[in-house]
Design a protein around this ligand. Structure first.
Ligand code: HMG
Length: 391
């Protein structure tokens, strides 16, 4: 097997929902100072799914442009990472496989570890491509984050899907070999099977995330990773965008480097454009940060990027990627901006109604209203089965 083969992200596409609730509207409802949202947590809006949107419709919408551009012949694995699973047995990726019209010779699996899942998928994918460089792997992260109404977490909700095509000789980002890992059993954020909203120990979750930054970095260094000064920019999991800034200060402290705020800003500012308006998209969030960075005005050719993935519970990974020459020709800047800009702003009452909705569980036939602007929809549930269709 070749050892010097470049492996990594060949294409990246994301989708989000058709609706958005702004933090202006949320603060009008709950009286919170808007500056707490805009400056304190760094959030301006959150994506809200319509009744006929879910992780499957978002995942298929994110992946469809990749299949259109590259064809599907070489895709032999589809990994869908989510913590908003729609079934305890069947992998949501099988619905996506059908909506995308993929051939049957594909292994389809779902992976879960809170917001870390997609990174696990990405690492598994590079191993599969290393084994057979003619194959490509579609790794899709898709999540809807939901907290209780009027809870501190409510302002950090969101929804999106990112699709990554992993291949040899990638057009966007080549992944380096060393990875720093950090796992510890902590109850900072979790969602028991009987709940549709997450439970969270907010302050503990922030501390757990920061501890994981230090732990993953120390392991990354021990594994022979690049020194801090080699990195041009850093993408962090962004449950809210200011968390990335806390994380980076933690990394600098771990390395014994004084936190110069202008340098922190320079290293992170270009990574927040999508997450500040989409909200926490859990496992998709890190890759929305990467999309924002690659699509920024900076020329990153040949530069090393640090990526930090964190999933509560918790598992974290620090790894590096190097931006490939010519990457800018393969970006999807216009489509991504349109996906964010075309969302319809909703008022608090509409948001609350959608938040409280649940799908019927009586096994009857229930058709859902056509509300999405996206290419795929959940048409309804019949005999306990979800029915998806092209919109
Ligand atoms: P909170 O109690 O609403 O807010 O909880 P706060 O009082 O801590 O304030 C937040 C920040 O706003 C603070 O800044 C305040 O000073 C500032 P900081 O001290 O952090 O630098 N602030 C203001 N700034 C300007 N003007 C003002 C003002 N007022 C306050 N007027 C919390 C915040 C994040 C805990 C809450 O939103 C929450 O519980 N969120 C959900 C959990 C979460 O996102 N945790 C992050 C780490 S865990 C993670 O990333 C994993 C996760 O994605 C799940 C997964 O892995 O699946 C969540």
């Amino acid at each position: 097997m070749p050892t010097d083969l470049a492996l990594g992200i060949h294409d990246l596409s994301f989708s989000t929902t058709s609706l958005a609730l702004s933090h202006d509207e949320l603060s009008r409802h709950n009286g919170t100072d808007l500056a707490k949202y805009h400056r304190g947590i760094g959030q301006r809006a959150m994506s809200v799914p319509t009744a006929d949107e879910d992780i499957v419709t978002m995942a298929a919408a994110a992946a469809a442009p990749i299949v259109r551009r590259h064809g599907a012949d070489r895709i032999r694995t589809l990994v869908l990472a989510t913590e908003t699973s729609v079934d305890q047995s069947k992998a949501a990726g099988i619905y996506v496989h059908k909506l995308l019209g993929l051939h049957p010779h594909v292994r389809v699996v779902e992976v879960k570890q809170a917001c870390y899942g997609a990174t696990a998928g990405l690492q598994f994918a590079t191993a599969l491509v290393h084994r057979d460089p003619d194959q490509q792997v579609l790794v899709i992260a898709s999540d809807v984050s939901r907290y209780d109404l009027d809870s501190p977490g409510e302002a950090t909700q969101g929804a999106a899907a990112t699709a990554l095509l992993v291949s040899a000789d990638p057009a966007l980002v080549e992944l380096d070999r060393p990875s720093g890992l950090f796992t510890t059993d902590v109850m900072d954020f979790w969602r028991p099977n009987y709940r549709s909203t997450a439970l969270v120990n907010g302050k503990e979750s922030v501390a757990a995330y920061l501890e994981a930054v230090e732990g993953a970095w120390r392991d990354y260094s021990a594994q022979g990773g690049l020194p801090l000064e080699e990195f041009r920019a850093f993408c962090y999991h962004q449950p809210y965008t200011r968390m990335a800034f806390k994380a980076h200060r933690q990394l600098l402290e771990t390395c014994g480097v004084p936190a110069d705020e202008a340098a922190v800003e320079r290293a992170l500012a270009a990574t927040t454009a999508y997450n500040e308006t989409v909200g926490n998209s859990y496992t998709a969030s890190l890759y929305l940060a990467l999309a924002a960075l690659l699509e920024s005005e900076h020329d990153l050719t040949g530069q090393a990027l640090g990526l930090f993935s964190y999933g509560s519970g918790s598992v974290a990974e620090f790894f590096a990627g190097r931006v490939r020459p010519g990457y800018q020709e393969h970006l999807r800047r216009d489509a991504h901006r349109e996906a964010v800009d075309r969302r319809r702003a909703i008022d608090y009452g509409t948001y609350r109604e959608l938040h409280e909705r649940t799908l019927p569980t009586d096994g009857g036939r229930h058709d859902l209203p056509h509300q999405t602007q996206g290419p795929f929809r959940l048409a309804g549930v019949r005999d306990h089965q979800r029915v998806y269709e092209a919109a």
